[in-house]
Design a protein around this ligand. Sequence first.
Ligand code: GH3
Ligand code: MG
Ligand code: MG
Ligand code: MG
Length: 320
Amino acid sequence: DQLLTHNHELAHDARGVLEGINKKSGTVLLIEDDVLRSGKVAKTLSPIHNVLIETDPVTALRRAKAGVDLIIVSLLSKKFDGLRVCASLRFNEENRETPILIIGDPEDEARLIRAYDIGVNDTLMRPIDKQEMLARVNTSMRRKFYADNLRDNFNENLEMVISDPLTGLGNRRYFDRSILPLFDALETKNQPFSIMVFDIDHFKRVNDILGHDMGDQILKEVAARLVTNMRSIDIVSRYGGEEFMIAMPDTIQEAALSAADRVRGLIAGTPIYVEGQALQITTSAGVAQVRKGEELRDVFKRADAALYAAKQGGRNQVLP
Ligand code: GH3
Ligand code: MG
Ligand code: MG
Ligand code: MG
């Protein structure tokens, strides 16, 4: 039964991919201030594509930012310089990869060639051959849809690989990768960083008494409290079952200790409500500042030893 569901999901994914690849029509933004010229282009493309015409470069850039599938820029217009418009488009985060096609006259050939340096994907010379224009637009757009699709699938897969579905936090793989730059910064810039490991106290007992489902709800809430009470630059992960690993960039041990203790206090001090029951959940944490030349597993060992001491010392406490 589970296998069937799985296969069904795969089929669904595959269909999504194919739809993306087979998608043929999209939105073309045409930046042109000559009404006669823009009319001709629109007439050729509009049976297949949705064509937006902009005569003013500022509004055109804004429109491009909102998301289009391809942009056509007229090289020489009375109001603007097409090459500068293309350069500005490439500066838009949203349009870094949108295909741009530029239209020019034969005497602009040198400028048309320069357009490629700016990141224009294709050029067309007047007089325009309608079929050629349509073919080039279609090709560029298909390539764009294909790239979009790959990117979406890649991001989706990446998310599955590095995130924990229960809590929404990054998982161990995510943590191990995300802290690599912190090791670099420690070596090259002498920038300190600390790690801490949080572990829920007597969680086995909690599960035994309340059941696994309520245990899961508690895990979710503890994760939420951790992530909302750390800085956005801190790397918060669910490292194992009921263990959370956090890395604090640019943080020495004393600061990490006080941050950890503050969060510990917040978790212990506010009941967690699950199915109408107010539960007092406590956590213990071990903290270690990473030493130069140290390897990840050495730091973990020290943080883990600190956690163990915190448990031995009566739990609901943070130790270095
Ligand atoms: P201590 O205070 O020493 O940490 O005691 P503990 O019971 O929390 O420690 P132990 O490591 O012995 O047990 C951890 C428990 O966490 C065991 C397991 O059932 C529970 N657990 C691990 N992952 C999950 C999960 O995803 N959901 C739920 N509900 N429980 C989990
Ligand atoms: Mg544990
Ligand atoms: Mg344990
Ligand atoms: Mg525990």
